[in-house]
Design a protein around this ligand. Sequence first.
Ligand code: ADP
Ligand code: MG
Length: 337
Amino acid sequence: MKLRNLAAASLALLTLTGCSAEKPQSLEIYAMNTLMSMSAYGENAGEALAAVSARMNELEQELSVTITESDINRVNTAAGKPVDVCDDARRIIEEALEISAQTDGALDITIYPVVSAWGFTTGEHRVPCAGELSQLLELTGWEEVQLSGSTVTLPEGFEIDLGALAKGYAGDCAAEILSGYGVSSAVLNLGGNVCAIGSKPGGKPWKVAVTDPGDISAYLGTLTASDEFIVTSGKYERCFTAEDGSTYHHIIDPATGYPSENGVASVTVVGTQGILCDALSTSLLVMGEEKAYAFWQEHGGFEMIIATDDDRLLITEGLSERFTPQNGHVITIICAD
Ligand code: ADP
Ligand code: MG
């Protein structure tokens, strides 16, 4: 499954960086459990990308659930006792809890024990029985996470994982670094989280391809973007087919403990804050078409593309002039009222 992941990421980059006279500085690293491909233009591009790469490695050391002595690993190991965390961890946890409240718990960083039981953390996939899942769900619940200043306390037996929004936060950090180096033209693909910084050399917006969840070697269409994050969560990302013939994927509905199955195959969120786009792409996938629409209507501040299992493609009205469907995909534009 990892191979599928990498293939999708590199294909997207191909589209992103093509057709330019000026040569970019490019860098590929493996950090935060994913392939990160980065291209930047201009004088300081090489230096800026090196600084971004160092920052991505720093974030991995702080946030990885598996690295012993990472801030998150310390919180999990000491569940039941208060633990001081770094500013990055504090900011992500704070944002996660806020989105959990807004999405009625569709995003839940305490879902980690359930994600582990399915084998998504090790790659040793299995289908837990209903009894095991209901027992594990007793050890989840975002409302139980106590955050006071930079001190985090979990109930005993709880574990958190910031995987649903950490790459989005990493995108925000990367954008800030690039801007500090005066880079005004860059595109980063942090494992499906695309950061379109400024515009292409020459001033045209970046073109970002959105993977077709029904055929990951193809695209639903392309989107023009500048100074924006384009983040997709899809059922195709990390999945396995079990002996019973069913396919299970890595985004869990915290209400049931099972991978979300509500007719939505992928959600792409477009906006100016990476962490929010990442948190919402995961949440809206869990929420399904109708709740996602209601959330967008109520909160606004972002655009989205929903691809359904039955091949429908819904896009919010702000993208109508910017999204070009491919391969005969028919789009339905959704409006605020
Ligand atoms: P990806 O990391 O593949 O880009 P997401 O941003 O949607 O995709 O994050 C999915 C990851 O978040 C999963 O691999 C799992 O570790 C964790 N996760 C799964 N379900 C949830 C959930 N409902 N709330 C919070 N985190 C989740
Ligand atoms: Mg996410």
